[in-house]
Ligand binder design. Structure first.
Ligand SMILES: [Zn+2]
Length: 397
């Protein structure tokens, strides 16, 4: 019986009558299948929509932004003036405002290389205040940020600056930073160095300073609110620079030679980066006033320039790496002291010269003067500009 039953089932003809009967059923089944497919497609659409909205709301901490506007900006860095505004409006939506308790005046910053920007904190999380601010940059090769939230463009590209609270590190807010300008090759070379055969042989290529770095051409003349000694623009406590002077970033020659300096340091295994470059009169005013509020005028005058007396406003001065006494004695500080002259820079506020320069020792602050001058100053044992030209550096009051 078993075998008969099997044979009956295996008979190919057995299927035929079924088909005929199921025309109606078939139609029903087709309809059912269609319904299932439609349902699945709908489900897929819903899931995709959800994934998209999550993606954009998560963007604050993302280091690889995907939105179109900013990508476009990065590739067309030359046209920053007009693009900056569009970038600001579009990225504000994605990067930034959240329920951490921090409220900033803006959540995106657009800078040139060497330029500086700041986001003002309008509101802190409960229990936190200004001294609890912790500022970090997702990529200091693109932009750095100091302990006050001053953001400085270092190299073309995009990165994020995060403000968190020392009291409660879970509370944080993110700012998108777009830097327009040349991409810094110094750091990239650093990693690519080993497999570049051309790089291996040029170890002794210490530049002949006198034929390389050019002195920046004076753009103004004395008596116009500027003071030049030869080609060297002097800004110290005696000599001011007009509030209206706004190069908007580092002097191009200064910037070029700074990147060469960085490459030189990289060859010695050191990472030198710009922590603070150009500062406008208004930015310096804000910094000085906040320092005075904290330390009083007398102490502030030993380390922070009054607005109009800051060399940073010239676009010819750079604070490298760590802007504090923690930098003293580091290999990078030593390297800067020994080698910056080879690239047309001088250490502007050397050790033991406070009475002459008016500022305490700042191993991080270098000033571009061109290689002619930097060599002369180096040959005379690293004297100051004030000594070289016989100038004073004293506030009138
Ligand atoms: Zn400085």
């Amino acid at each position: 019986m078993g075998s008969n039953y099997n044979n009956y089932n295996n008979d190919p003809n057995r299927q035929r009558p079924r088909k005929r009967v199921s025309k109606k059923t078939l139609r029903r089944r087709q309809l059912g299948a269609l319904c299932v497919i439609a349902f699945l497609v709908l489900l897929l659409i819903i899931l995709m929509a959800k994934a998209c909205s999550k993606d954009s709301s998560d963007k604050g901490g993302d280091t690889k932004p995907t939105d179109v506007t900013t990508t476009t900006t990065a590739t067309t860095t030359a046209q920053f003036a007009t693009e900056a505004t569009t970038t600001t409006t579009t990225t504000t939506k994605t990067a930034g405002a959240n329920d951490s308790g921090f409220k900033l005046d803006k959540y995106s910053v657009f800078l040139e290389v060497g330029g500086q920007g700041i986001c003002y904190v309008q509101q802190y999380p409960e229990g936190s205040s200004e001294p609890d601010e912790v500022w970090t940059s997702s990529d200091p090769k693109i932009a750095t940020v100091d302990m006050y939230g001053h953001i400085t463009g270092v190299s073309g590209g995009e990165c994020y600056v995060t403000l968190s609270s020392k009291k409660d590190p879970s509370k944080e807010v993110t700012i998108k930073v777009t830097v327009a300008g040349p991409v810094n090759t110094a750091n990239n070379n650093n990693t690519a160095n080993s497999d570049d055969p051309a790089k291996k042989d040029d170890k002794n290529e210490t530049p002949e300073p006198q034929q390389l770095a050019e002195a920046p051409a004076p753009s103004k003349i004395n008596g116009d609110g500027y003071h030049y000694e030869g080609d060297v623009l002097i800004v110290n406590k005696t000599y001011t620079i007009p509030a209206s002077y706004y190069p908007g970033g580092l002097d191009p020659t200064c910037y070029t030679w700074f990147t060469k300096l960085q490459q030189g340091a990289a060859k010695d295994g050191l990472n030198i980066y710009c922590s603070s470059g150009f500062r406008s009169y208004a930015e310096q005013e804000a910094i000085y006033n906040s320092n005075v509020a904290k330390d009083g005028k007398e102490k502030t005058d030993t380390y922070s320039a009054r607005p109009g007396n800051s060399e940073h406003q010239t676009g010819l001065a750079i604070d490298v790496n760590i802007i504090s006494d923690a930098f003293i004695g580091t290999p990078e500080a030593k390297w800067i002291e020994d080698h910056c002259w080879e690239y047309g820079f001088i250490l502007r506020y050397p050790k033991g010269k406070q009475d002459i320069t008016g500022y305490k020792y700042e191993p991080w602050h270098i000033r571009y003067v061109g290689s002619d001058m930097s060599k002369k100053i180096h040959d005379r044992g690293g004297i100051t500009l004030e000594e070289y030209f016989g100038l004073t550096s004293k506030y009138p009051d």
